[in-house]
Design a protein around this ligand. Structure first.
Ligand code: BYC
Length: 315
């Protein structure tokens, strides 16, 4: 078969909703795009543990502490499923982690913002996990098999994360004036960065067109962002709080909420490494990696020992 035939049969599979599997032929650019997106996604889950981990020791009750620990552990699990999916595309986990720790690899802009109060745990759950899940429900149907299957498991946990975030804010919204103020302040600070999670506007999105043709993405950045705004603009009414956007208004013609301009300068500055916590996040990841060296060495030594034992048994 010629290269043209391979490409044709590959696109046919995509058009007919047949998943692409690791051993199937795929265009090099498809492999690279998936590797880029899945590894960035894995890094986001791992770095995403830091802003929430910050509050584990200060959770206001045992119940909240247990929930938060479980949630942070879930994020670690999501990172591991995703690294495993990315490894099927030919890059080692060590290389991916080196790229994260050296600052070469991207991860979601959202995790470069600080978590300043307890209400931030609710706002992260409701808004950040809420944005993540809209994107990830779409990714359950992505064309690359290992990524789609990882997403199914992740989405089950993520929807629980979002509900617990909302419930936590609901309690604060019915509390004292200080608690209500803290709730509103957290929403004010996390709203715009959450909208940036969906990526640049479609007109500025370099990867979207090709990723839509390959069904890596099924919806564009702007489509998902609009669904998120429509959902949150309704849910916030239940909290009795407001979103910090004077231009947020239901548009009867479009059947969607209109919203104000996102600060794209801020978004690109954060993506390029100049957000409020970029440096802090990389320092924390590098420290954890260095301090975990003995665990990796012990795991390798144990695996070797087991292998030798099995060899002796077989002989
Ligand atoms: N932050 O062409 P575009 C979670 C980059 S974590 C940083 O539209 P694409 C959770 C983009 O990489 C969930 N960079 O890109 C964990 C590209 O640069 P490169 C994280 C961004 O890939 C703990 C350039 O901008 N979710 O749930 O077609 C606690 C142009 O953009 C961002 C995922 O990772 C950003 N926000 O679309 C709580 C979902 N946006 O790579 C919660 C998987 C864009 O060409 N990823 N860039 O140098 C995706 O669905 C897509 O990658 C995106 C972007 C929609 C994010």
């Amino acid at each position: 078969m010629s290269l043209h035939d391979f490409e044709k049969s590959f696109q046919n599979k995509i058009d007919n909703e047949i998943k692409i599997e690791p051993k199937d032929w795929m265009p090099e650019a498809y492999r690279k795009t998936n590797l880029r997106q899945i590894s960035q996604h894995a890094h986001s889950e791992i770095v995403g543990m830091l802003p929430e981990g910050n509050w584990i020791s200060r959770a206001p009750s045992l119940k909240r502490k247990v929930i938060l620990i479980a949630k942070v552990q879930d994020e670690a699990g999501h990172g591991l499923y995703l690294y495993a999916a990315a490894e099927t595309l030919g890059m080692s986990r060590e290389q991916m982690i080196d790229d994260l720790n050296s600052g070469k690899a991207k991860y979601s802009s959202i995790f470069n913002y600080p978590t300043l109060s307890w209400a931030d745990m609710g706002a992260v759950g409701w808004l950040v996990d809420g944005a993540a899940i809209l994107n990830q429900v779409m990714l359950c149907r992505t064309s690359y098999g290992p990524y789609a299957r990882a997403m199914v498991r992740i989405c089950k946990e993520e929807s629980f994360h979002q509900r617990q975030g909302f419930e936590s804010l609901l309690v604060l919204s019915k509390g004292t004036k200080e608690q209500r103020d803290m709730c509103q302040d957290a929403i004010n600070r996390w709203w715009w960065p959450s909208l940036m999670m969906f990526g640049p506007k479609d007109s500025e999105s370099t990867n979207s067109d090709q990723s839509m043709k390959w069904k890596i993405k099924r919806k564009t950045n702007d489509e998902l962002r609009q669904s998120f705004i429509d959902m949150i603009a309704e849910q916030i009414k239940l909290l009795g709080m407001t979103l910090p956007d004077p231009n947020l208004k239901w548009n009867e013609n479009r059947k969607h909420y209109d919203f104000g301009e996102i600060n794209w300068e801020e978004f690109w500055s954060v993506v390029k490494g100049n957000g409020p916590c970029n440096k802090q996040r990389l320092v924390a990841r590098n420290k954890a990696h260095d301090e975990g060296a003995w665990v990796r060495a012990a795991a390798i030594a144990y695996a070797e020992k087991r292998k030798n034992k099995l060899k002796i048994k077989a002989a």
